[in-house]
Design a protein around this ligand. Structure first.
Ligand code: SAM
Ligand code: SF4
Length: 396
């Protein structure tokens, strides 16, 4: 694959579609059996009332009302990308090609001022995820401090290696810390994250340190396991380790066909039955304090190379936006349609976000979009009459 020639100039907005069109399924082909598996009627989100699900929308009635009445509203959450550097080299990394451009990081002053203005308008939380490793950026501590002064809820996805640098910040100011471990042994971790074998033990030590410093159950600390034929045999061992060190949950998801998949690692070939067998073994370690989450629809979606597109519009941006290291703001990572930047007037930003729902061609959504479950809930709220009898919604 001719990647280098496709990489835009540094500082230009990186667009997933320029560097990988693998999420496009232009014909949007659906054979009947797939359609049946993916229909909203069959869909049920077992995680909806958990910390990973979107049942929590009930805590934001004003945002739901705004959507229902066709009004703008400021998103509840923003996902931040502090920069495009990472100290790991996961073979399947969805953002691998963002790192082929020059190393960049977010402008701290601009972000800080945006957070202050955005909070006044309705922002309630931020999630550090992004195009690299959030803990690898010096600005992390300052931003986390500013955010905690603004009373914003904070969460982070991290590979875990640098947690020891920020134990105080994470244990005192965060709502969740999720470590992308993806292995139950140093051999598998080292091979798939392309790091020295010592990383695995250090990450586990870091997690234990963090667990010992948290106040009560905050932050929640979870492990994520992106599952592929190369690591599924480690899943049970990972569950065992999780239950022994005392994390709150293990989230099992598929390795999706994004980023460097098919370039650095073969495409995921696991079947739903294989996931379910792995999940069943892991479940043996579940207990009152340690939960295991697995959403079969994510596996079905990856297998059929499409998202669950049985709703007509995606309204996710009205609930969460993405802020990138170059200051650009998008309503959706994969579609990457810019709705503004850190300098955009916030009223204008809200308008742009609202009109984005009419611009997204849902045929181009990648499999496994995290907001599928959110859109599913919203679809039900906006079309409640269709669900009145099936779900007895009128409190009868
Ligand atoms: C891109 S990383 C950035 C944050 C941090 N470096 C980390 O690894 O947690 C965000 C999350 O995406 C997951 N991820 C990356 N590529 C993926 C893929 N192709 N399929 C499924 N999950 C993927 C990672 O495992 C991680 O949990
Ligand atoms: S998944 Fe996270 S840790 Fe792994 S290479 Fe990508 S950004 Fe780095």
């Amino acid at each position: 694959m001719l990647l280098m020639s496709l990489i835009p100039e540094p500082m230009e907005m990186l667009d997933n579609r320029n560097i990988s069109n693998k999420h496009n399924n232009p014909n949007n082909e659906r054979d009947k059996s797939d359609l049946e598996k993916r229909s909203l009627r069959n869909y049920s989100d077992v995680t909806s009332s958990s910390i990973l699900g979107f049942g929590k929308l009930v805590y934001h009635p004003e945002k739901l009302l705004a959507l229902k009445n066709g009004r703008t509203s400021f998103p509840i959450t923003a996902t931040l990308s502090l920069g495009n550097y990472c100290n790991h080299g996961c073979l399947w990394c969805s953002t691998a090609y963002f790192r082929e451009a020059e190393a960049t990081q977010i402008n701290y002053q601009k972000l800080s001022s945006w957070l202050e203005r955005a909070t006044k308008r309705g922002l309630r939380g931020i999630g550090y995820v992004g195009n690299g490793e959030p803990l690898a950026f010096k600005a992390f501590d300052e931003i986390a401090y500013d955010a905690s002064k603004l009373n914003l809820s904070q969460g982070i996805f991290t590979n875990g290696y640098l947690i020891d640098r920020y134990i105080e910040t994470l244990s005192q100011n965060f709502t969740y810390v999720r470590v992308s471990l993806d292995a139950g042994s140093k051999e598998v971790h080292s091979a798939l994250h392309e790091v020295r074998p010592e990383h695995f033990d250090k990450i586990l030590e870091n997690i234990s340190k963090l667990l010992s410093r948290r106040k009560g159950h905050s932050p929640t600390i979870g492990i994520q396991f992106a599952t592929h034929q190369r690591n599924i045999n480690d899943l049970e061992q990972c569950a065992k380790i999780c239950s022994e060190i005392g994390v709150d949950y293990l989230s099992i998801k598929p390795v999706f066909d994004r980023g460097s998949v098919k370039d650095k690692i073969e495409k995921n070939s696991l079947t739903l039955e294989q996931y379910e067998a792995g999940y069943a073994k892991a479940l043996a370690y579940e207990n009152e304090h340690f939960k295991i989450y697995f959403r079969p629809q994510q596996a079905i979606s990856e297998n059929s190379e499409q998202n669950m597109l049985m709703y007509k519009k995606c309204h996710a941006a009205q609930f969460g936006v993405n802020v990138y290291e170059n200051g650009d703001i998008t309503g959706c990572g994969p579609h990457h349609i810019k709705v503004g930047d850190l300098d955009t007037d916030l009223v204008k930003l809200e308008e742009n976000i609202k009109s984005l729902a009419n611009k997204l061609d849902l045929k181009n959504c990648p499999a496994g979009c995290r907001y599928h479950a959110l859109n599913y809930q919203l679809h039900k709220i906006l079309n409640s009459e269709q669900f009145a009898d099936v779900e007895h919604i009128n409190l009868i």
